[in-house]
Design a protein. Sequence first.
Length: 122
Amino acid sequence: MFAQAVLRAEGRAVAVIPSGIYRADVVDESHAPLRREPCSLFNRLLAAADEVLVLPYDTADRDAYEAAHAELLRRADRLVAVRNGEPPSGRGGGAVDTALAARAAGIPVDVVWPEWAGRASG
């Protein structure tokens, strides 16, 4: 995972969480019993972050994700987009949209996707 690599390289990590109930909606073991490792990893990464910013949204919906990506871009002097190069899903708020917004704002963008990488299912 990219965040782990940043931390191993002693980089600075800022966690921008899209909503106050993001953990319960998306990560929490009680809502996703087959995701115990992602929940544990999420907790470890959150604990290692230099800063944690939780956005004031009730749910982790499209608006919340778009606001989280806008906050990332507001803080960025460079964007490393970890994405597979597929076209946008059309739902908005994803890595493609964020990379396009960064480029439009004049922020340099590096797109990385190792050949061996894949998306987790579910």
